[in-house]
Every structure is written in C-alpha cells, then in structure tokens.
Design a protein around this ligand. Structure first.
Ligand SMILES: C[S@@+](CC[C@H](N)C(=O)[O-])C[C@H]1O[C@@H](n2cnc3c(N)ncnc32)[C@H](O)[C@@H]1O
Length: 285
C-alpha cells in the first residue's frame, strides 16, 4: 500500500525510546530519502512515496530504532559553514568543536592574507581542517590522522568541497613532521576515560573507540600532543586543544609543565569548559 509523507512522519513515535529528538530525526531521515529539504515535507504532506522510497525509509527507521546515529544514516553532518560526509570510521563532528574554529579565527583574523602553516592533529572527517581551509584560502593546512580509513573520508571531503589548501598525512600526532614548524596547531583528540559510562549511551556507542578513548583518565593523548607540539610551533604560535568539561585544570597543568604561556580555557555554548589555548613564546622568558 502506498504511503504519503504525512503518514510516514506519523510513524515518528516508534523512535521515542531510541532518541530524545525523535520527530526531528524522522524528518531528517525522510528528507534524506526523498533528497529534499525538510520544509518540503510540510509543504507537500500528501505526496506519495514510491515503493523504493518507502522501503529505504523503513530501513533507516529500523536502524535508528536500534540507536544508529542519524548522521551515519544520512551520511553527512554540518560543521561551521561546511557539510562533511561521515561514516562509521570517523567521529561525527560536534557543535562544541566549532569553538576551536571560532577561537582560531579570533586569534588569527588579522592574518587572513598570510600563508600560515597550520596542523590539525586527529583530523577524522577533516571537519576542523576543512572549515579553516574554507575560511582562510591562503593558509596551508596539514591534516593528520593515524587511521587510514578516517584519512580517506577527510580526503574525499576536501575533494568534494574543492579545497586544495589542505594536505593529508598518515601519522601519529607530530611523528610525521620532519622539522616542520607551524603557526597554529589545533586538535580535538580522544579524551574520554576508558571507564566513562557515556561510552555505553546514545550515538557514541557507534563511533570508533580509537577516536574517543584515551588512557590516564582521558589525558594520555593530550599530554603527548602538548609535549610533541612544543618542538613544532613557531615563536608566538598557538596550540588549541579540545578536552572534556572536567579536564581544564589538568590540561592547564600539562600545558604549563611543557613550557606554554598565556594559557586560557574557553567555554562552549552550554557554559562548559571545552577547550584550552596556549602560546609558545620562549624568547620572552
Ligand atoms: C575526537 S576525534 C576528532 C575528529 C575530528 N577532528 C573532529 O573534531 O570531528 C580524534 C581523531 O584522532 C585520531 N587519532 C587517535 N589517535 C591518534 C594518533 N596517535 N595520531 C593521530 N591521530 C589520532 C582518531 O583516528 C580520530 O580521527
């Protein structure tokens, strides 16, 4: 039997146990199946789905009922002013990570026309590197990841967005840099403690553990990045790192112990400590 858009939207409640945003999820999934914007659904509620569309929508709803993230089901996620393709090999870029991009722009907007060297460590889908590359076409950005599958997603996103000012490298943090020096190092590294109960809840269950988990209460990779970055930053260059909302004091200690100065924590839109920035200025000591 044929199904109208209105009838398809009427099945949204089946997602209630899987998602707090069940109505929105249903609209996003249906719009993706129909290859339309969401407002189309409310403008043309009596339009009938083809059999193929109805079956594709049903499969997507079943997967969402099992908890799979909407972004993986539709294969894309908005971030800053771009949209990136995502799959199960990459973390779904979070709105709070946009604070890293916003902070980089605030620090360097007067260097829009310069050929700055920037490194995005743990690029995943490429979200941070590509958002910066899009905002600053003259900047030269190196995007690093230790996951070959993640790097393939990031490279495909760069091609799709026609951004040529990003180069990609398969490496562990700064290991691949051959004496190179950067004006900015930016990173959203894994920082979730292995025993964090959030790992068993919601979308995060489906994301790569290697993108999320770090030893030493979630701080092990942050320590490595801070230590390694120190030898790859130019004088007065900044290191910007995202971290967990309760990790700011420890991150500040790590940065201070590595010799960084002007250490400042910034809060996300929810008012939570979300990232810390620090400057490498040895000559002024
Ligand atoms: C939290 S995800 C961030 C992804 C993306 N930057 C974002 O913000 O959406 C962390 C990323 O770091 C990568 N990663 C983990 N360990 C790494 C290492 N030792 N060297 C380089 N990348 C690493 C993971 O593969 C993952 O893509």
């Amino acid at each position: 039997m044929s199904q109208t858009i209105n009838a398809a939207l009427g099945t949204a409640r089946r997602l209630q146990t899987a998602s707090d945003s069940w109505q929105l999820d249903t609209e996003i999934l249906l719009a993706a199946v129909l290859e339309k914007q969401r407002d189309y659904l409310h403008t043309w509620p009596d339009t009938e789905l083809t059999l193929e569309q109805a079956q594709t929508f049903e499969r997507a709803m079943q997967r969402r009922e099992r908890g799979e993230p909407v972004a993986y089901l539709v294969g894309k996620q908005g971030f800053w002013d771009i949209e990136v393709v995502v799959n199960e090999h990459v973390l779904i870029p979070r709105p709070e990570t946009e604070l890293l991009v916003e902070s980089a722009i605030a620090l360097y907007q007067n260097r829009f026309n310069e050929s700055m060297r920037v490194a995005d460590l743990g690029t995943g889908s490429g979200a941070i590197a590509l958002a910066l590359a899009n905002t600053f076409p003259r900047w030269c950005i190196t995007a690093i990841d230790v996951s070959e599958a993640a790097l393939a997603v990031a490279k495909a996103n760069a091609r799709r967005l026609r951004l040529n000012n990003v180069e990609f490298s398969l490496a562990s943090w700064c290991d691949g840099f051959d004496g190179e020096q950067f004006d900015l190092i930016i990173s959203n590294p894994p920082y979730v403690a292995p025993d964090d109960r959030h790992l068993e809840q919601g979308d995060i269950r489906f994301e790569p553990k290697s993108a999320l988990i770090a030893e030493e209460d979630g701080l092990a990779e942050i320590k490595k990045i801070a230590q390694q970055s120190a030898t790859h930053l130019k004088e007065d260059a900044w290191l910007l790192l995202e971290h967990g909302y309760s990790q700011a004091p420890q991150v500040q200690d790590i940065f201070a112990n590595c010799g960084f100065q002007n250490i400042v924590c910034r809060q996300d839109l929810a008012g939570l400590d979300r990232m810390t920035q620090a400057q490498w200025c040895q000559c002024k000591l």
